[in-house]
Write a protein of this length. Structure first.
Length: 375
């Protein structure tokens, strides 16, 4: 029988319609986290009303400023025959939109489908089977939870996530859940190859040696971040993923057919429509930093829907919070008197720690501006 969002798995949560002066967000966050069942657990419990912790202000959900698809299109770049025009299209997309899609990227469709199926299998197994992986400890082989910034974000996102750091390879694959182990390892290797090629194209797009970005280890780290967005009973009140930018060099995203990903362009939200067999690529904050704002890391979000679950797999090219001493700053070959450095150097680790401290929706780049008056 459908129930209001009050008691789930023995934990009491305040429904959105009953929040009053007695509502205490930290208490509800802790109760939700302690279920270790995620958003999927709420849906399985039959809720018809979202808990108050998921309420997102109207300004975060406004669909009135969504741009018509006829006004702007996300480029779809074919890698079947790479030539100068391919590099030109990558450059234009990276400078203007910060997003593009790839087809004929070398990963077979059946591998893409198996990766999405694995995310579904993991999330739809019994809660007791998943609980052993529920953690906020970043040193674990597989990290499963709901909202990495649960206790710091103003709004809780309507999604569950598990992540796996595949490069540098720190953990024995045998420590991964059997239900998704083989495809995680296989897909990671294939995404690394796509990333290597992308960094070559991006290097050429900057007028650099094709090996430049790979030589400075932009491809050293890869994390697979697998999102599961259950159907939402009140999508007009909750957001799938809050507006944010990515704190990496690039993200290579696999999304399913449901859609919901949007980017902000000229103060309008633009849909990134699912393209069968395609991968979505976006420029991250670290790439914007080392290109001195030439390539743009743009804000994007995922809207929640009645339809679901929506599944996506983000290949995050970054070593994240792993120990590192290597400094990254604006590439010297791109600087001149007319184009001086506007960011200070940082390690990937420090940049990632700052991002996690800020949470989604706050620009990490602002902390690294040389001229703080511009922030």
């Amino acid at each position: 029988m459908a129930v209001a969002a009050s008691t789930v798995n023995g934990f009491s949560l305040t429904p959105v319609s009953k929040a009053d002066e007695n509502y205490h967000r930290p208490t509800d966050l802790k109760a939700f986290d302690d279920t270790k069942a995620g958003v999927k657990g709420l849906v399985d419990a039959g809720i018809t009303e979202i808990p108050r912790i998921f309420y997102s202000p109207p300004e975060n959900l406004n669909s009135d400023d969504v741009s018509s698809e006829t006004q702007i299109h996300i480029p779809v770049i074919d890698l079947d025959h790479i030539d100068k025009s391919t590099v030109d299209r990558v450059r234009e997309a990276s400078e203007k939109l910060g997003f593009f899609q790839l087809i004929n990227h070398g990963i077979p469709v059946d591998v893409l489908e198996e990766m999405k199926d694995a995310v579904r299998r993991f999330n739809e197994q019994e809660t007791e089977s998943k609980k052993q992986y529920y953690t906020r400890d970043l040193t674990m082989p597989l990290i499963y939870n709901s909202n990495f910034d649960l206790y710091s974000a103003a709004t809780t996102n309507w999604r569950d996530t598990f992540g796996y750091i595949s490069a540098p390879n720190l953990h024995n694959p045998a420590s991964l859940p059997e239900i998704c182990r083989d495809i995680l390892v296989d897909y990671s290797k294939r995404v690394m190859e796509v990333g290597k090629l992308l960094f070559e194209l991006l290097s050429e797009a900057l007028g650099l040696n094709p090996n430049y970005l790979n030589d400075i280890d932009c491809n050293e780290g890869l994390a697979l971040v697998c999102h599961y967005y259950p159907p939402c009973p009140q999508p007009n009140l909750a957001i799938g993923t809050s507006e944010h930018t990515d704190n990496d060099f690039i993200t290579v995203l696999l999304q399913d057919h449901i859609g919901g990903l949007q980017i902000r362009y000229e103060n309008k939200w633009v849909d990134v429509p699912p393209v069968a067999g395609a991968l979505v690529v976006n420029i991250g904050d670290l790439m914007q930093l080392i290109t001195n704002d030439r390539f743009k890391s743009v804000n994007h979000r995922v809207v929640s829907k009645h339809e679901g679950p929506r599944i996506s797999v983000a290949g995050i090219f970054s070593t994240l919070v792993l120990p590192s001493n290597k400094l990254y700053g604006p590439i010297k070959e791109l600087l001149s008197e007319e184009n001086p450095a506007i960011y200070r150097e940082t390690t990937v680790r420090d940049f990632s720690i700052q991002f996690r401290s800020d949470g989604l929706g706050t620009s990490t780049l602002k902390h690294y501006k040389l001229n703080q008056a511009e922030v």
